[in-house]
Design a protein around this ligand. Structure first.
Ligand code: ADP
Ligand code: MG
Length: 685
């Protein structure tokens, strides 16, 4: 054969400068592309061997990767099927595509999409090389070895070559911009990243050993890959330890996983893989380890968004499928029918596995629940199909550390925690320490309290209220124990309106000084055994603020101060004692003021009733003046009264003491206020 020249069959003027220009970010994938071609060629040869089309010896099949720092070359050598001149022409020269420029413009950021679209795997070598040589000899009997050379424009030459061995040798002359790739560590890194689990051995030079203080090459190939990774083997042949070891190989820095699932389907699509449930740290954002996606054991990516539902991206492990269109853009992936099926399949398998463990080994399931919870709640919140399944095995934990399914829990609280309107009230705590006294008070009433202190629990509580019929979730400190679950019978309040009014002033004047907090005095008729003063926070407002803090779009609520109720137990002896003290210390002066106010209000009432019957202009001027005078006097008296009561409150240690005790049981007494409290307590003793 004569040396020939020709044009590579592309319809656009010059594809290579375009490839170079647009594929700047993913240059390193050239090695993956060339090695997977070498693997394909080797596998093809094995297939030909097994069907009798190839009758020779397979022999050594290891793919060799070599480099020469001086010549700036990287060479990939395989002993696969090789190519004839005709095959080179067909598979390498005739790059068929159309509308190239338009497509490149659209996907310029996505090298995978471009390479996949045009079948440009081989040509990705021009991202890093100024010249590429292929020296190849077909496995077919009597084949002539050929050498193909191109400088990365549309010109190539093809000529006869001398090559004893069947197979293909690709020599890349790396250009200056990419010379960092001609480096042992760099090549090793790329091989480890993309080729770690390829099915044919790949060797980077020879193994070395230390002898006489020097590193010397041995005769043995330095094979960098595991040709038979765990997910390609039969689950029956593997032990738990095998799965654990494989996990450590993949994620050396991680804690032991909780469970694994071995995926294996061949119809209607092809998919194998192993997924692990990791111990997820509270902060989901810092999730670094990811599921790795492979196509026939070639690493493709670890961003699986769009292929598996979002909550499954929290899992670790590998998925291998030649049926996922790997070389296309993300937006395409999301609408791909195959991808949808695969995603549904994985979701189903994950639910199957969890249900299986739940059914067969409830004890283990409960032991690992705290670590699994985040994952399962995330799934329930975001994936309808998973939620349907998971509600059967999802657990809740109460403050005593016992676990229940939703059905079991409903049965537990049904009798005691149904309110007068027939709603089932789920009490929960978000902080066992801070809400201790409320939890205790609730248990004293025979109520059960759930622990809801997880990352997603604020959202999860809202979600459950919508899912579970006639059910409400109430945080245990959102009201006094008597009112957490509204029942028919109510105690009667023993205080008069005047007494309530005066106590409000007394307590309001001693309320704690806190920025962004706001206290309202209210009264409840509780029993003598309940606390005299309590602090509660409204459920609705608190949840809105929490959602806003998590970025739930309620920023308006986030700006508002925390609003607390300072609840006085009107039937408690200590509250009665304060009313008595008011009487003994300022009662005399108050009586005068009270009767003056009563008579002024009486006269005002008279005037107002008579004025109601008249038109404005008919009201005598004298009476108008009298009315405004009365209002002024009432205000004066009230302000006198208020001053008296505030003076009283400031000197009455019992008032501050009761407020502080309430703050203390909510874990809200801090700093200076706390040390004042301690001093005062000692004085009182
Ligand atoms: P793809 O691998 O998707 O077919 P490539 O551009 O990577 O696209 O390769 C084009 C074709 O060139 C391959 O299908 C194969 O026929 C041929 N080829 C590439 N590399 C080799 C090789 N090392 N041995 C034999 N044939 C090869
Ligand atoms: Mg290829």
């Amino acid at each position: 054969m004569q040396k020939q020249k020709g044009h590579i069959g592309v319809t656009t003027e010059n594809i290579f400068p375009i490839i170079k220009k647009y594929l700047y970010s993913d240059h390193e994938i050239f090695l993956r592309e060339l090695i997977s071609n070498a693997v394909d060629a080797t596998q093809k040869l094995k297939t030909f061997g097994s069907v009798g089309e190839f009758k020779g010896e397979l022999g050594e099949l290891t793919i060799q990767v070599r480099f020469d720092e001086k010549k700036k070359t990287i060479t990939i050598v395989d002993r696969g099927v090789g190519m004839t001149a005709e095959e080179i022409d067909k598979y390498i020269n005739q790059v068929a595509f159309s509308g190239a420029n338009e497509f490149l413009e659209k996907y310029k950021k996505d090298a995978n999409a471009i390479i996949g679209h045009f079948g440009l795997g081989f040509y990705s070598s021009f991202m890093v090389a100024e010249k590429v040589e292929i020296i190849t000899k077909s496995f077919r009997e009597g084949a002539q070895a050929v050498k193909w050379t191109s400088n990365g424009d549309t010109e190539y030459t093809i000529e006869e070559a001398k090559k004893d061995d069947r197979g293909t040798e690709i020599i890349l002359h790396i250009d200056d911009e990419n010379k960092q790739f001609v480096d042992k560590n760099e090549i090793n890194r790329l091989l480890k990243k993309y080729c770690r689990f390829l099915p044919v051995p790949i060797a980077l030079g020879k193994k070395t050993e230390w002898a006489d203080g020097k590193e010397k090459e041995t005769g043995e190939d330095n094979v960098i890959n595991e040709t038979n990774p765990l997910w390609t083997r039969k689950p029956a042949d593997m032990s738990d330890e095998d799965y654990a070891t494989f996990y450590r190989d993949l994620y050396p820095m991680s804690d032991e996983p909780l469970f694994h699932i071995h995926l294996n389907v061949d119809y209607p699509f092809n998919l194998t893989g192993i997924l692990y449930f990791p111990k997820i740290k509270r902060n989901v954002e810092v999730q670094k380890n990811k599921i790795q996606l492979y196509s026939n054991q070639v690493y493709v990516t670890d961003s699986v968004e769009g292929i598996v539902p979002e909550f499954l991206t929290l899992l670790h492990g590998v998925i291998d499928s030649p049926d996922i269109p790997l070389n296309v853009s993300r937006s395409y992936l999301q609408s791909d029918g195959n991808v949808k099926k695969i995603s549904n399949y994985i979701t189903k398998k994950v639910a199957d596995r969890l249900e299986e463990i739940f059914k067969n080994d409830r004890k283990t399931f409960e032991e690992k629940w705290d670590d699994l919870k985040l994952f399962i709640e995330y799934g329930i919140l975001t994936e309808e199909k998973f939620a349907e399944r998971a509600m059967k095995f999802s657990l809740v934990k109460n403050c005593d550390g016992k676990y229940f399914t939703f059905d079991e829990y409903r049965d537990l609280i049904k009798t005691n925690q149904t309110d007068k309107d027939g709603n089932l009230i789920y009490l929960y705590s978000t902080d066992k320490e801070a809400q201790f006294s409320f939890i205790e008070a609730a248990s004293n009433k025979g109520y059960d309290v759930l622990m809801m202190d997880g990352y997603f629990d604020t959202h999860f509580v809202n979600h459950l209220e919508q899912k579970l019929e006639k059910s409400r979730f109430v945080r245990v400190d959102s009201d006094i124990p008597e009112k957490l679950i509204a029942k028919e019978e109510q105690n009667e309040l023993k205080l008069t309106a005047d007494q309530r009014d005066e106590l409000t002033t007394v307590f309001q004047s001693q309320r704690p000084e806190m920025s962004k907090a706001h206290f309202i005095v209210t009264f409840e008729a509780l029993s003598e055994n309940d606390s005299p003063v309590m602090i509660t926070q409204q459920e609705f407002m608190r949840r809105m603020k929490e959602m806003s803090a998590m970025g739930g779009g309620m920023s308006f609520y986030g700006e508002l101060p925390d609003s607390y109720n300072l609840v006085l137990n009107g039937n408690h002896p200590l509250i009665a004692r304060i009313t008595e003290r008011v009487e003994t210390s300022v009662g005399e002066k108050l009586t005068g003021i009270r009767s003056r106010i009563t008579s002024l209000e009486g006269r005002r009432g008279e005037l107002e009733t008579s004025h109601k019957k008249m038109k404005d202009e008919e009201v005598p001027q004298a009476e108008k003046e009298e009315l405004s005078d009365i209002n002024k006097k009432i205000d004066e008296q009230k302000s006198k009264k208020s001053t008296l009561l505030k003076e009283f409150a400031a000197n009455e240690k019992l008032v501050s003491q009761l407020i502080d005790l309430a703050l203390l049981s909510n874990n809200m007494l801090k700093g200076e206020a706390l040390s004042k409290f301690v001093k005062r307590s000692i004085e009182l003793i």
